[in-house]
Design a protein around this ligand. Sequence first.
Ligand code: ATP
Length: 333
Amino acid sequence: MSHKVTLVPGDGIGPEVVRATVAVLEATGAKFEWQEVEAGADFMLKHGTPLPDHVLNSARSTGVALKGPMTTPIGGGYTSPNVALRKGLELYACLRPVRSLPAVESRYSDVDLVVIRENTEGLYSGIEHLVHPGVVESLKVVTDHASLRVSRFAFEYAKARGRRKITAIHKANIMKMSDGLFLECSRQVARDYPEIEYDEMIVDATCMKLVMDPHQFDVLLMENLYGDILSDLCAGLVGGLGLVPGANIGDDCAVFEAVHGSAPDIAGKGLANPLALIRSSCLMLDHIGETEASEKVDRAIIQMLRAGEPRTPDMGGTARTMDIADAIIQRLG
Ligand code: ATP
């Protein structure tokens, strides 16, 4: 059976890592019918919007998308197409499994935790205004609806994967109402899963504890901004942004993308590490029922890492993006 998948190369290093990932997926034996759609910074220059309707329409019709990063201008400029895509498709849960890989230089070994981030609201609601020259407001929106559904997702995920504990991350000592509501919803859902341990931790203390001993954590559940920041922090625990996969999941659609952004500093040079997106594509293969292909790619990545090369510059090597794809393909067996 051939799987219809929307393909969004994005911009920056996006097209490079997407090309490498598609080459690996095509070599697994699984069959795909790609619907490639343009979006991102270059599309914005030509057509005045970074996220045209055809992207959302294609993803709605296929139900699955593989996506490269898209640049979000800092300060002014257009709103983030990545956030708009997650909101437009109601991809309310962002899933980022953070696992140590063999032979990858990092401060820790045997890290195995999962970041689950609310994806549609919080401070990413995009509601900002000028109150008076020199004074701006940015609103953090928290609803019971969104908090309950992401909590439910986290507990169902933990149950299905045999994970033992969920820690809800918050700053409810300061944001008593917004983070307070998020916690209330997490506690309400936790009561339905007595077999899974549940606790809570303030976000700043969590950062310190993650850096000192990440092994004490299992599944971390949090709102949007803390999820964005902690995802990068956790990526740093296991070798960096070039390695960590991600998925944005809703009831009708799922979009698979790496944690990293468009990395304009290395774009177009063939130096980007495609492993984060290739590993995101393993999550996609699991999602569409191609578990055998997913395991094959995972095994090939581990064999390649154990061999010590090829490695892209972020991992201390000199290899190029497509060298990684080729080395994985050779080991698919
Ligand atoms: P965003 O805000 O869009 O998520 P970011 O601020 O997290 O982006 P990135 O674009 O992810 O920033 O880049 C952060 C740093 O990590 C940059 O120095 C970049 O070159 C590096 N980096 C990110 N992704 C990769 C990759 N796949 N391979 C190698 N280096 C990467």
